[in-house]
Design a protein around this ligand. Structure first.
Ligand SMILES: *Cc1c(COP(=O)(O)O)cnc(C)c1O
Length: 212
């Protein structure tokens, strides 16, 4: 079932006309390692997790298979050490303090930790992320960080008008010639996200089924 679902997602991605490279992240929060193993057996490499403790258990259970782990959930400061030690990408950085901690705690013998800034693109009070006006102010600070590398942005738009929000996100990325990564699009709106320049899509329920 999971293998068929992955094939369907690849079909959906390929059906959308796009020039950029699009990488599928399988979002596996709340799902057991055995489900992830099915996806791995079908060729899936990138996994996204929201909750640190369950993510660490799955990373341990599935090690040795060349997987690329993405942390995509809210980050409390007391969790940054383990995130810095166990992930390749973090999509949900929304304040300088967290970026600094990840930089200081990334082990020197590992490759740089790839960072995306989460943007609250629709300025919604219930959502985390930087406001658009705060982006310019935070970006120059990344020049001081040796162990992390800022790549681009992540957003979770309001579903009522996600196409406009994805387009806005693409315009923001365009302002920064050194950045090239846009993490946007979930099960219900991946086509719109790709049309608007997404380079990572984060798909959970359409691969693993509904979450409890
Ligand atoms: C859960 C989650 C997803 C996947 O959502 P689906 O609708 O299940 O595809 C993507 N991104 C983030 C940040 C999530 O928390």
């Amino acid at each position: 079932m999971i293998a068929q679902n992955l094939a369907k997602i690849h079909n959906r991605i390929n059906t959308v006309k796009h020039a950029q490279k699009v990488t599928l992240i399988a979002v596996s929060k709340t799902k057991p390692a055995s489900d992830l193993q099915q996806a791995i057996d079908a060729g899936q490499k990138h996994f996204g997790e929201n909750y640190l403790q369950e993510a660490l258990e799955k990373i341990q259970a599935l090690k040795g298979q060349d997987l690329i782990w993405h942390f995509i959930g809210p980050i409390q400061s007391n969790k940054t050490t383990k995130i810095a030690e166990n992930f390749a990408w973090v999509h949900s950085v929304d304040r300088l303090k967290i970026a600094k901690r990840l930089n200081d705690q990334r082990p020197e013998n590992m490759e740089k930790l790839n960072i995306l800034l989460q943007v609250n693109i629709d300025n919604e009070p219930t959502k985390s992320g930087l406001l658009i006006d705060e982006i310019d102010e935070i970006i120059p600070h990344f020049e001081n960080f040796r162990n992390i590398s800022l790549k681009g942005f992540m957003c979770i738009p309001n579903p009522d008008h996600s196409a406009q929000s994805f387009a806005k996100m693409a315009q923001i990325l365009n302002k920064y010639p050194n950045l090239d990564t846009l993490s946007m699009g979930m099960s219900s709106d991946l086509e719109l996200a790709i049309e608007n320049g997404a380079t990572f899509v984060r798909i959970g329920s359409d691969i693993f089924g509904k979450r409890a």
